[in-house]
Design a protein. Structure first.
Length: 309
């Protein structure tokens, strides 16, 4: 059973469609990156999944339960951090979290225990007695995450948890999210593609309210890597190389030192090109010293997807 499901979600406003027939499935105990340009529909999707706004069409499910028919279940099993955390600045960190915990637990000892766990998990012990208004943005984001975690929900949705943070705070938030992988399903949106690349098991890309791509990051990276050129360090005469590489696409010599040449050959869509290409070169008497394919990062993938739309 998937932890989060969007089934043909559509959300329309007067004169605007924010989401159109959007589908998504997120596996349990994974970290899922939700990507898209500004105005793509990310926050709308997260607000619908969290039960904060109602979709126009389609259905949303949290842990197998339809959200509109099971709103109490959703609120007991899902923690949500909006882009701007709703915090009470005139309360101390600990008092605010205790206030939040008492909304879920009638037992004071239980509520206090959950607060202590959240403070520890989010590294907030050093500021627990400070007023929230006096905290840096990075600490406020941690308090927001602690608030979402206060009742230990199995599903977490985080909307831009690292937005506006300095590099040090981004690294800290990244580690906190990574630590949540054990026992939680985490869906988070971000414009920090490096952050998503380091953290996520799965990614989804959305644009103009429509799904562009959703898959494991490993499979996405492998698919886009097929478009990258091969770079091969060889030793052989030019005419021999030309004969060996005939039929394998365009190639060019980019460096030459003594008798060794570095050639770049345009990629093939065939996954098994590398072993066949090596065999062909060797059979024609070409010595191969090194063969590699260019790395593909998430930024390249994202730009490529946006340019195709």
């Amino acid at each position: 059973m998937d932890a989060i499901v969007a089934d043909n979600l559509t959300k329309t406003y007067p004169g605007k469609t924010a989401l159109k027939n959007f589908n998504l499935s997120i596996s349990p105990n994974t970290i899922h990156g939700f990507l898209g340009p500004n105005g793509a529909g990310k926050s709308t999707t997260m607000n619908i999944l969290s039960g904060l706004i109602k979709q126009t069409e389609g259905k949303a499910y949290i842990m197998g339960k339809e959200t509109l028919e099971n709103s109490f279940f959703v609120r007991r099993n899902l923690g949500f951090l909006p882009e701007i955390p709703p915090l009470y600045g005139d309360m101390t960190v600990k008092d605010f979290l205790l206030f939040r915990a008492r909304l879920y637990f009638t037992s004071k000892p239980k509520a206090k225990g959950q607060v202590d766990k959240a403070l520890e998990k989010m590294n907030l012990k050093e500021v627990e007695r400070r007023l929230i208004d006096h905290l840096s943005k990075g600490f406020k984001q941690r308090v927001g995450m602690a608030s979402a975690l206060i009742f230990d929900p199995p599903v977490l949705i985080l909307d831009e948890p690292a937005v506006g943070l300095d590099p040090k705070s981004i690294v800290e938030i990244r580690k906190l999210i990574s630590d949540l992988r054990e026992g939680h399903t985490v869906m988070f949106s971000s414009h920090h593609l490096g952050e998503v690349e380091q953290l996520c098991d799965e990614i989804t890309v959305i644009r103009d309210g429509r799904l562009v791509l959703s898959d494991s990051y490993g499979r996405v990276k492998k698919r886009f890597a097929q478009k990258k050129p091969f770079e091969i360090l060889v030793k052989g005469e030019d005419q021999v190389l030309a004969k060996a590489l005939d039929g394998y696409g365009d190639y060019r010599i980019v460096r030459q030192e003594d008798q060794k040449k570095t050639i770049v050959i345009s990629p093939s869509q065939e996954e098994e090109l590398a072993p066949r290409l090596c065999r062909r070169l060797v059979e024609n008497g070409v010595d191969i010293f090194e063969m590699k394919r260019g790395e593909t990062d998430l930024e390249e993938i994202f730009i490529d997807l946006m340019e195709k739309q």
